[in-house]
Design a protein around this ligand. Structure first.
Ligand SMILES: NC(=O)CC[C@H](N)C(=O)O
Length: 324
């Protein structure tokens, strides 16, 4: 965490985005010694202990940030095993590679399930989502590490949702004849999961699809483009993104280390959004195949809800496909 003071708001169960906490570890500067928030049910250290996640504080995180700013993303090693020597830890850090590793199979669900929860009424902010009970589009969501809020937002827009594991056969999904398929966010290198690219290829063109983050990168590859590892990823809740067609700028939440190379995309695939910090590709669409995707997180609520209308666009695409 780059913010120096962490833990003062504690942890509340309503903000969990996953069944489990998939963190390898947490490094912070200063740990708040008290919690002050009406929603908090436990402290950060209690949460980490219960989930068996290691955390360390009193670290000069500013120095780490400055180093990363010069060198780009680096691998570090964090251990609770005091018998490990510095040499062994250095060796672990030097030999671990993120590129080429399938990180999604470890965080995906193992069985399909129905998702039924929408955004709580007290938090609902969209008039469109509030009145969207009637359509009942059936969406199959591929879980590459899906954030619950994506499922909540789709549910708020009236969708019935079936979540399936990352390796679920596309043929089984097509058999269900859903109105749309969502390819979720997920960790790691999109080039390391060719089976997921094949799934996206098989579904796209037959059923309207929406890709978010990892899902966007997989769609980019499935349509014939390529992805690359960025020097620093985009992480944070305040990335400006421009919707090219309307000129509308959204303040978006982002968390990714790879990106789709706009120049690699074949004809017919449009870059719909660009990241205004570095000009990178933030969204694509392929109208002929009823496919759309975003590199950032329209479900996130870092304060602004600027990107939420993306769910509405997906609904419109499904509606059009149904022929009304
Ligand atoms: N949040 C995500 O889906 C991350 C996308 C991708 N795996 C990356 O790191 O670039």
């Amino acid at each position: 965490m780059t913010n120096p003071h962490i833990g003062n708001t504690g942890v509340n169960s309503g903000d969990e985005e996953s069944q489990e906490c998939h963190l390898g570890g947490l490094i912070i500067r200063s740990l708040s010694n008290c919690v002050s928030n009406w929603r908090a049910i436990e402290t950060l250290p209690e949460y980490l202990k219960r989930r068996n996640v290691m955390g360390i504080y009193d670290v000069d995180t500013r120095a780490i940030t400055r180093r990363l700013r010069e060198d780009g993303s680096l691998v570090g090693a964090l251990s609770t095993d005091t018998s490990k020597t510095d040499e062994e830890l250095l060796h672990a850090a030097r030999t671990w590679e993120i590129v080429g590793k399938d990180l999604i199979s470890g965080v995906s669900c193992t069985e399909p399930y129905e998702w039924k929860y929408r955004t709580d009424d007290e938090w609902e902010f969209s008039a469109e989502a509030g009145k969207a009970d009637t359509e009942g589009f059936h969406v199959v969501a591929y879980d590459f590490g899906v954030k619950h809020n994506i499922l909540r937002r789709l549910s708020s827009y009236g969708c019935k949702i079936t979540v399936v594991p990352s390796n679920w056969p596309a043929s089984e999904v097509i058999k269900l004849n859903p109105d749309g398929v969502l390819f979720s966010n997920g960790p790691g290198d999109p080039s390391a999961v060719p089976y997921a690219v094949d799934t996206v290829k098989e579904v796209t063109g037959k059923i309207p699809v929406f890709g978010i983050c990892m899902g966007h990168q997989l769609l980019g590859q499935a349509l014939g483009g390529s992805t690359f590892k960025m020097k620093f990823g985009h992480h944070g809740g305040n990335h400006p993104v421009r919707h090219i067609q309307t000129g509308r700028v959204e303040i978006s939440s982002q968390n990714h280390n790879y990106a789709v190379d706009s120049a690699s995309l074949p004809e017919g695939v449009e870059v719909t959004h660009i990241n205004l910090n570095d000009g990178s590709c933030a969204g694509i669409s392929y109208p002929a195949m009823k496919a759309m995707s975003l590199q950032y997180h329209p479900e996130s609520s870092p304060g602004p809800h600027d990107a939420d209308p993306a769910f509405q666009r997906f609904i419109e695409m499904m509606k059009e496909n149904r022929g009304h």
